[in-house]
Write a protein that binds this ligand. Structure first.
Ligand SMILES: Nc1nc2c(ncn2[C@@H]2O[C@H](COP(=O)(O)OP(=O)(O)OP(=O)(O)O)[C@@H](O)[C@H]2O)c(=O)[nH]1
Ligand SMILES: [Mg+2]
Length: 317
């Protein structure tokens, strides 16, 4: 076999890497073949998700982390995930400009991506891009997603270590974020500490953490930074390394990795099943069911059971 593109990627050719990511992002028919060939070379990079509310300083922190890792001689990949390319193109553009300072450094690979494949595919392209950057030999991959919300929780799900960036003065916001955030965060970074007020946020986070039971589990750490000056960033690097070691080491037993593999695999299976159902009953049948549900002529459960039965799956409603 041997796809020349993947062979070049594995040899560290960055143009091949960019091309391969574009192919997987556009849900090209070569996507499975590319992943199949690259996959054995993956699993080496530390994959770190950076999320948090808009403007919290995620990009600034990514930038500061990138410098810290470059000082250590690590090769670093950065993915900026655009949740809805329609309206946050500006933020990504700003990030691009900021990242130009790394331009010409082959040890830093920067890529922005739409959340979903262009061709309407359900499966997210981000984990594929992570794999390709990993296979190309980058040792740290930082994935920045915009905003903490339902959608973003899923995206950072592809990361082994999830960093949630918060800022002083969030007050009630932390309360409203809590449920989802406590489940996904491994590290809380209180950024913009130069502005003061960090104690209050830290107390709020501690309080929420005290409600959880962390026995035998990683208890999320709380760190403080001023991303714009780099203050506290070494502490974040250390905590990321500690979390990676714990989750990858004997005690972590690879649970995190297995959870991520499960979510990805089941997601792909789900997509495949949906495509097969659509192929069997026709896209028009699905649209008709949607119309019926919207106009309350049928409930969604009955409709799903009926369509599945028509596709030869199950006995119907
Ligand atoms: N004072 C202060 N300002 C900061 C700090 N970190 C970031 N900023 C500023 O906050 C603003 C937003 O920073 P970004 O890094 O773009 O924040 P972001 O979370 O990536 O924003 P989005 O991607 O748009 O959600 C910028 O003007 C930064 O210069 C900090 O530690 N202290
Ligand atoms: Mg940003």
């Amino acid at each position: 076999v041997g796809l020349p593109l993947v062979e070049r990627l594995l040899a560290g050719d960055l143009r091949a890497l960019a091309r391969a990511i574009t192919l997987v992002e556009s849900a090209s028919s070569s996507r499975p073949a590319i992943l199949k060939e690259a996959y054995p070379a993956t699993g080496r990079a530390a994959v770190v998700g950076i999320t948090g509310p808009p403007g919290a300083g995620k990009s600034s922190l990514v930038d500061a982390l990138a410098r810290a890792y470059r000082r250590r001689g690590e090769r670093i990949g950065i993915i900026a995930v655009d949740p809805s390319s329609a309206f946050s193109g500006g933020a990504i553009l700003g990030d691009r400009i900021r990242m130009q300072q790394h331009h010409g450094d082959p040890g830093v690979y920067i890529r922005s991506m739409a959340n979903r494949g262009h061709a309407g595919g359900l499966a997210r392209a981000t984990p594929d891009a992570v794999d390709l950057i990993d296979a190309a030999g980058f040792s740290i991959i930082l994935v920045e997603t915009v905003g903490v919300g339902q959608d973003e929780v899923e995206v950072v799900d592809g990361a082994e270590t999830v960093v949630v960036v918060l800022v002083p003065g969030m007050g009630d916001d932390i309360q409203s974020l809590k449920a989802g955030i406590m489940e996904i965060a491994h590290l809380f970074v209180i950024n913009k500490c130069d502005r003061g007020g960090a104690d209050r946020v830290e107390t709020d986070i501690q309080q929420l953490l005290s409600l959880g039971s962390w026995e035998g589990r990683w208890r999320p750490r709380i760190l403080r930074t001023t991303a714009t000056t780099g203050e506290g960033v070494e502490g974040v690097v250390g905590a990321i390394a500690e979390h990676q070691e714990k989750t990858r080491g004997a005690t972590g037993a690879g649970h995190r990795r297995r959870d991520l593999s499960r979510a990805r695999f089941l997601g792909l299976l789900q997509e495949r099943l949906l495509l097969e159902v659509r192929r069997r009953v026709g896209a028009a049948r699905l649209e008709a069911a949607i119309d019926e549900i919207a106009s309350r002529r049928i409930d969604p459960y009955t409709a799903a059971a009926a369509v599945a039965a028509e596709a030869g799956l199950g006995d119907g409603p």
